[in-house]
Design a protein around this ligand. Structure first.
Ligand code: HEM
Length: 451
């Protein structure tokens, strides 16, 4: 165990703020797998050891909750939806929503929505290519991922033409980041004017109104409701009390899914395109696989089994650039990490970014090598050294959703285009709610028929 005091941390505050993931990586490199920040009234422990990660997320998860700055800030937008709730409430809501996310159901409810959404995006790219225009790939991935979540889970059109709700979501996400950068702001009383505060309040109101409208329209609608997550939440009953969810609870769950389910997937896909542009051999191998499985048609759910390299590319992108780069917990019941006692109230910090680049678990940790994740590869790493979706009972409910969506989008893009960097500047990963390339990612779409 290494201990870092407030005085030692002070000179590094700028580095911490400006390059948080770089700071986490460097701290674990210099100080080892267990680092205690002793900040007087607050103690935080950074854990970068797969056995301990398993202990925290899986074996002793009841010792921990999500009452941390990270999740409390998210909750200002999502309320106590699945991502931020704890205890009995979390358990009941997870049980209600789980059936919407199991693989066989996703094969019929998700795949048919992804293909046309990706198709529309590629048609736009074709026009951009003809005009010699650049794409902001980060923005393109955000749009397509939001459209997929809207269609597949809410039966709603959230494409570019339906911007009201989406721009409200984006303003709210910006505000969460603003709070994260200036944590003292969340301590100020509500009535005190804050920079950006009015814009955020208006956006949150807009978001709430839009989601309430969805709920009311559904309640009022005649005829058979669409078979989606909204209907599932409206009809859900507690098995013991028989009670349903209130509109406010449904609102929290829907906003949670909207936020947890789109920026994460988009971020991972954006990094995938950067990595493929930097690794032309991997792109060629991807293209060979896609062409042999899908010579002249779009992918179906059954094809997903036949695209192992495509899936491995996404797994490896999630390793190098995990969208959820930070996972936090608060200790509620004392625990011990090897021989170190960890007291209640301690903030526990897990960094998928640092863990997934740990040289003990990953040979050549910073290199892009999708082969690591092929089904017949020799596994070098323990399960809990790879946690892009977390682990244990609070494992991401959308992990199959995300992987299916990504594999189909990657395969569909690779059938038609190669994406080339627009310039050769270094791309800096900014740790916002997810990891995003600073300033976006401009790329040039090259139609493959022309190569
Ligand atoms: C939870 C990552 C996609 C919905 C989580 C957690 C991680 C994560 C790390 C656990 C957080 C913790 O333990 O503190 C990701 C990544 C994604 C992704 C990297 C894409 C590549 C999705 C999608 C959805 C979704 C597509 C929904 C459509 C959720 C929800 C939770 C969650 C509701 C909370 C689950 C619970 O606590 O029971 N996600 N996620 N995520 N994710 Fe995802």
């Amino acid at each position: 165990l290494s201990v870092i005091s407030a005085r030692q941390l002070l000179p590094q505050l700028r580095a911490l703020q400006q390059n948080t993931i770089g700071f986490l990586l460097e701290t674990t490199r210099q100080h080892g797998d267990l680092v205690l920040f002793d900040l007087g009234t607050q103690r935080a422990v950074l854990v970068n050891d797969a056995n301990l990660v398993k202990q925290i997320l899986q074996d002793r998860h009841p010792h921990y909750d999500k009452n941390t700055i990270q999740y409390n800030m998210l909750a200002t937008v999502t309320g106590r939806g699945l991502l931020t709730a704890d205890g009995e409430d979390w358990f009941k809501h997870r049980r209600m929503q789980q059936p919407a996310f199991v693989r066989p159901r996703l094969e019929t409810s998700l795949v048919p929505h992804i293909v046309p959404a990706a198709q529309r995006m590629l048609d736009r790219w074709q026009t951009a290519a003809q005009r010699g225009e650049l794409l902001d790939v980060d923005r393109e991935m955000m749009d397509v991922a939001l459209e997929v979540v809207g269609q597949a889970l809410f039966s709603l059109d959230l494409s570019r033409d339906a911007r009201r709700l989406t721009s409200a979501v984006l303003v709210c996400l910006d505000h969460i980041i603003h709070l994260a950068r200036n944590p003292h702001l969340s301590l100020l009383p509500d009535w005190l004017p804050q920079p950006g505060g009015q814009k955020f309040k208006r956006a949150l109101k807009e978001l709430n109104l839009s989601v309430e409208e969805i709920i009311h329209q559904r309640r009022a609608a005649g005829g058979p409701p669409p078979d989606d997550l909204v209907t599932m939440l409206l009809n859900a009953r507690d098995p013991e009390s028989g009670e349903g969810l209130s509109d406010a609870q449904i609102r929290d769950e829907l906003i949670t899914i909207l936020i947890a389910g789109h920026e994460t997937v988009a971020s991972a896909l954006t990094w995938t395109w950067l990595l493929l542009a930097q690794n032309p051999d991997a792109f060629q191998r991807l293209r060979a696989e896609v062409q042999s499985v899908l010579p002249d048609r779009d992918p179906t759910a059954e094809d997903l089994q036949r695209l192992p390299y495509t899936a491995a590319i996404f797994d490896e992108a999630l390793r190098l650039y995990p969208p959820a780069w930070l996972i936090t917990r608060r200790v509620v019941e004392a625990d011990s990490y090897y021989d170190v006692r960890v007291d209640p109230g301690t903030l526990v910090i897990l960094s998928p970014y640092a863990l997934q680049r740990h040289p003990r678990y990953w040979p050549d940790p910073h290199a892009f090598r999708p082969e690591r994740f092929l089904p017949d590869a020799t596994k070098t790493y323990p399960r809990y050294a790879y946690i892009p979706f977390g682990g244990g009972p609070r494992l991401c409910i959308g992990n199959h959703f995300a992987k299916m969506e990504a594999a189909i989008i990657i395969a569909m893009v690779a059938r038609r285009f190669r994406l080339e960097r627009a310039d050769s500047t270094e791309v800096f990963p900014e740790s916002l709610v997810t990891l995003r390339p600073r300033g976006g990612l401009p790329m040039r779409p090259i139609p493959l028929s022309e190569e």
